[in-house]
Design a protein around this ligand. Structure first.
Ligand code: SF4
Ligand code: SF4
Length: 346
């Protein structure tokens, strides 16, 4: 199969350009863009790492984190190399900030065949930034759809609208990092673009993708009340309240504790402050979870009767109050106590 690099253009000013993300890199001949994996080879786009897989593991879906999608299921997670951002606290910097990691070449068909061996066929594109490998991603996602496997995207969401539309068309569930609510922090510290991320999240909702959001709470960077309130307000604005009489918007928001990594040496997030931030956010969003803390426990209550639908201790999951029913070719979750629709997607 011919591999066709996409999202490259040779505009009239003579500069070769990659249009995949807001960087719109113009690498010289023989060089790569900021993500380290998309190249200019004699005036043509080149993607030498198509199918280069650096990590593959079976994870609990809760680890992505996805708490309202197929709770308790396993998912095949795959990671690649490179990233268009450079978050100085990146936990995966050894694969995201290099083009020299160890790995092996796999075809979309091989990956999807591995995903199909699980009890619930589903695959997560995760670890570093999958979107900079959009050609391979789209080929995998199409193969997954054909085989009946679900596509889960774990991403920084920082790409231009055309790429976002193409990927989200094939995405079943996504966890997108909303790293802060400051254009300046995105640009100067993270090397990204807030507006592109917000656009990606809006488009995910428009396309009916199951969406959850994650914010790593980094002391001194994004942990002010005003900034976290802005994040919560934006997520709430995407999310329709349950029922005609209103209610609290339902997109789950994961507030994760930061720990020292790569270039960032500030002390870790204070668990009490994280809990306080989550408490404030719960006034705006129905489901706010804290994570990355040892011994963490989280519950999802039924929005109608308050019964515990899902209980999590670390990645150990119980679903005491959930019923899964098959209806008109679709599976849906209900509260086992009162019969209300559960805010979870199969
Ligand atoms: S995807 Fe990579 S090469 Fe393309 S614009 Fe973004 S950082 Fe530059
Ligand atoms: S977007 Fe994710 S993978 Fe990329 S540098 Fe930031 S934390 Fe690392």
């Amino acid at each position: 199969m011919a591999i066709l690099p996409r999202f490259f253009t040779a505009p009239e000013d003579g500069f070769f350009r990659c249009d995949l993300c807001p960087h719109r890199c113009k690498p010289d001949a023989g060089s790569g863009g900021a993500c380290r994996v998309r190249f200019n080879r004699q005036g043509s786009g080149a993607i030498p790492f198509y199918g280069f897989v650096t990590a593959m593991a079976r994870d609990p879906v809760e680890k992505k984190p996805l708490y309202h999608y197929r709770p308790g299921s396993s998912i095949l997670s795959v990671g690649f190399m490179g990233c268009n951002l450079r978050c100085p606290f990146c936990q995966n910097w050894h694969i995201s900030q290099t083009s020299d990691a160890r790995g092996r070449l796999m075809s979309p068909e091989e990956l999807i065949a591995a995903a199909m061996q699980q009890e619930v066929p589903q695959i997560a594109y995760t670890y570093s930034e999958p979107l900079v490998h959009i050609e391979f991603l789209l080929d995998c996602m199409k193969a997954a759809r054909k085989a009946g496997a679900a596509n889960v995207l774990v991403s920084n969401g920082c790409v231009n609208a055309e790429a976002a539309g193409a990927v989200l068309e094939l995405t079943d569930a996504a966890n997108i990092d909303l790293k802060c609510f400051s254009e300046e922090t995105y640009a100067k510290v993270l090397g990204g673009n807030l507006e592109a991320v917000l656009g990606f999240m809006r488009k995910a909702v428009e396309k009916g993708v199951h969406l959850e959001a994650t914010t790593l709470v980094v002391p001194g960077l994004n942990d002010s009340e005003a900034e976290l309130d802005n994040c919560a307000d934006f997520i709430a604005s995407l999310s329709k309240p349950r029922g005609s009489s209103g209610g609290t918007p339902e997109i789950p928001w994961h507030l994760s504790a930061y720990h020292r990594d790569w270039k960032w040496n500030a002390p870790p997030t204070n668990p009490a402050k994280l809990a306080a931030a989550a408490g404030r956010a719960r006034k705006k969003l129905a489901y706010v979870y804290t994570g990355n803390i040892a011994g963490e426990e989280n519950e999802t209550p039924c929005p109608a009767c308050g019964a515990v639908l899902v209980r999590r201790r670390g990645f150990y999951v119980e679903t005491p109050g959930l019923t899964l029913k098959q209806e008109q070719g679709r599976r849906r979750y209900y509260c086992a106590i009162c019969g209300a629709d559960a805010p979870l997607k199969y």
